[in-house]
Design a protein. Sequence first.
Length: 139
Amino acid sequence: MTSHVSTTEEETRRLGASLAKRLAPGDVVLLEGDLGAGKTTFVKGIAAGLGLDPEDVSSPSFALVHEYGPAGKPPILVHGDLYRVLKGASIADLGLDHRENAILAVEWPRPPLTHWRAWRVLLLIEPDGSRSIEMAEPA
């Protein structure tokens, strides 16, 4: 596990971009932490590290799932948010079942996702406003 402190959104994006360099299609990234801690900002960094436009990335809180990739081709990044999803909803019905050709990044994960082999990212807001970010490789 690695621990980092981020004092700006740009630093959080850079951490996401550095993780992207270690990811391959089929990998899963589970993001947890406080509301407003920077989970979507971190995913913007992953997108940038994958060669996607980070400005295209937005929180999927209401849409539940966003897909990103070159126009007319399968997505290379699938971004989900389970914060507003009712317990018992099917991961497959949401389009979050394991995808071999895309990286899956999920905010507010829950079972069965939490049982998958995945990168774990925890973002916490510190009293001074900085973000504590812990990343753990799949076990």
